[in-house]
Design a binder for this molecule. Sequence first.
Ligand SMILES: Nc1c(C(=O)O)ncn1[C@@H]1O[C@H](COP(=O)(O)O)[C@@H](O)[C@H]1O
Length: 177
Amino acid sequence: MSNSSNPVVGIVMGSDSDWPVMEAAAQALDEFEIPYEVDVVSAHRMPREMVAYGENAHRRGLKAIIAGAGGAAHLPGMLASVTPLPVIGVPVPLRYLDGMDSLLSIVQMPAGVPVATVSVAGARNAGLLAVRMLAAFDRELAEKMVEFQAELNNQATEKGKKLRAKVAGSTSFGFTG
Ligand SMILES: Nc1c(C(=O)O)ncn1[C@@H]1O[C@H](COP(=O)(O)O)[C@@H](O)[C@H]1O
């Protein structure tokens, strides 16, 4: 998996145990050929390093940070408090509470310190949201996103066709062939 040359997105997580969930963010960035870096940065277990990471991220050329954590998931919010960059938080589900603990820890930020929170285990959308943020300033990347969305549309249309073929007597809404 890619790719550490001049990373523009930082993918960080509270523990390496979050990687099976967070990997989907990296895959999305790979699909759009966005260079990124990956690391474990825990607010709870390595607070000084976490602050240093957040404070230096924009000076190192990062444009967005994707931060995933489980349980008492303070990492995304704490990073958002020390960086001027957009932070996308990924609630990682753990063995208990189904990720509700992580979700609520990340989403309920006080005014002034925003974290763009995706769904529980929604790391792919976190990656795609980072792509959209970058695409706002990059026309070529925006066109790639348009193509990606057209492909999603095609896939959904195909699913409708297959479902209608499977379920006898069903009719189209009129917007598909
Ligand atoms: N939520 C946080 C933070 C933090 O928010 O700073 N640091 C670690 N963790 C979380 O603890 C869980 C268990 O970690 P271990 O598997 O290492 O015991 C992980 O989901 C991690 O994100």
